[in-house]
Ligand binder design. Structure first.
Ligand SMILES: [Zn+2]
Length: 443
């Protein structure tokens, strides 16, 4: 009862956007257009009416002074798990969209490892239609194989027709190279990527963390980095052979980053994403035995972490994603070897990225926004939102100087499994605008 009330309170943060809404003096950063300027932005009836100085003397709408704050195109997290249907105790499309909006996103793509899996037109429509109610677009990724069992291709063309934005068996590798080959061929016909979960299951073989010095010290069974490298190498070869588009999900090893870099230089259609936890933490953090360091693929070594950062800096890694993976409290409270893999991430994605990549001068503001607001759309063959006169307002408002600390009570995801509670960040999204609604973040 208490919980239901809590959710409805959060829902009130979605407000109808005022008919006339003036954002005064913000800094517009839109990398796709090469725009970086300080000015006013007027939204009338959900559409960007004017970019440029607006006199407020006779203005009859609502004005918000946002001097020193950023207006960017709405961000997308193209790799999240929203658990509906099947595990609504962990997350739903509704709580997932609250969490996404709180993290500054106006769009997410949800992975198909639900129960049942998103492998039918009905499931694709169910997910897309639900997203219409929120300022966060929920775009479904369809399963590569039926029930994600790796045995039989899903009806990929039908799934595309229904609105799938990519194909993936995420959480499981497509073990058969023949099925992966066909998947790349079909996806090429419709211009969508196949997102590959790269972990050879035979080599993973019940591993709990990265295989190396720390796993030996802790006596935990390791997952060797070559389990990822081999699959990335295989799928790059299949993409090269078929001409299909292979997108590497949450890349974690130095070797894989290098394989993608080399493939890109040969002109192979390969793109890649990395998560904030893989460029923030390492296997050393597992020494705490905090089950929130149990992640698949696992936290790797410092050398791998540095390679991911280099890959982000030189453009080898196109996109940052959270791999938001909610889990029930009691499951993560289990002993390390029995706890499930994964952590939530929507509400810390920009905080961690800003701390690790912007403040440490790895990426410029423009490069970072590109990995949040431009490249995810481009990887999926979609048009990114644009801060332009005449466009529907699809915006993320961000304060680059605000310091904030992650507190469990402020997390809007239904699950709280994150190792970053108590962490302090500089830079915070404070509102998103989409579908003529606005969501005020109170992180
Ligand atoms: Zn995932």
């Amino acid at each position: 009862m208490k919980f239901t009330k809590k959710i409805s309170q959060h829902k009130e943060r979605f407000e109808k956007l005022p008919d006339k809404f003036l954002l005064k003096g913000g800094r517009i950063v839109d990398p796709a257009q090469g725009v970086d300027k300080e000015t006013d932005l007027l939204i009338v009836d959900g559409t960007i009416e004017k970019i440029g100085s607006v006199d407020t003397a006779n203005f009859d709408g609502e004005v918000q002074d946002i001097k020193g704050k950023l207006i960017t195109p709405g961000w997308m997290d193209m790799h999240v798990h929203l658990r509906e249907p099947g595990r609504e105790d962990e997350e739903t499309l509704e709580t997932g969209s609250l969490s996404a909006a709180n993290g500054g996103f106006t769009a997410v793509c949800c992975m198909p490892n639900t129960r049942p899996a998103i492998d039918s037109q009905e499931m694709i429509r169910y997910v897309s239609d639900r997203g219409e109610k929120f300022p966060v677009d929920i775009r479904p990724i369809a399963a590569v194989t039926k029930e994600r069992e790796g045995k039989e291709l899903s009806e990929m063309l039908e799934l595309w027709e229904a609105g799938a934005v990519a194909f993936s068996d995420d959480g499981r590798v497509v073990a058969s190279p023949e099925i992966m080959r066909r998947a790349l061929e079909y996806s090429k016909m419709v211009g969508l990527p196949v997102i590959g979960y790269a972990a050879d299951p035979v080599l993973v073989n019940g591993g709990q963390m990265n295989e190396g010095y720390v796993s030996t010290c802790l006596g935990l069974k390791g997952i060797p980095s070559v389990a990822e490298d081999m699959m990335v190498a295989r799928d790059i070869m299949l993409a090269e052979y078929t001409g299909g588009h292979y997108h590497v999900a949450h890349i974690t090893t130095a070797r894989s980053v290098d394989l993608v870099r080399q493939a890109k230089s040969r002109g192979v259609r390969v793109t890649a994403e990395a998560t904030p936890h893989h460029f923030t933490l390492t296997d050393e953090d597992v020494r705490s035995f905090d089950t929130n360091t149990k992640i698949a693929p696992p936290l790797r070594t410092e050398a791998d972490r540095q390679a991911i950062i280099e890959g982000l800096a030189d453009g080898t890694i196109d996109v940052i994603t959270s791999d938001h993976s909610p889990h029930a409290w009691e499951e993560k409270a289990a002993e390390y070897i029995y706890a499930p893999f994964g952590i939530i991430g929507l509400e810390t994605m920009m905080g961690l990225s800003f701390n690790q990549l912007y403040h440490k001068k790895i990426l410029t503001l423009e490069q970072l926004i590109e990995k949040f607001a431009v490249n995810p759309f481009r990887v999926l063959g979609l048009t990114p939102p644009s801060v332009k006169t005449g466009e529907l307002a699809n915006l993320t408002l961000f304060d680059p100087t605000e310091e904030w600390t992650l507190k469990e009570k402020n997390i809007l995801s239904r699950s709280k499994n994150t190792p970053f509670i108590g962490e302090t960040f500089t830079g915070k999204p404070f509102a998103v605008i989409n579908h003529k609604q606005r969501f005020i973040s109170r992180l």
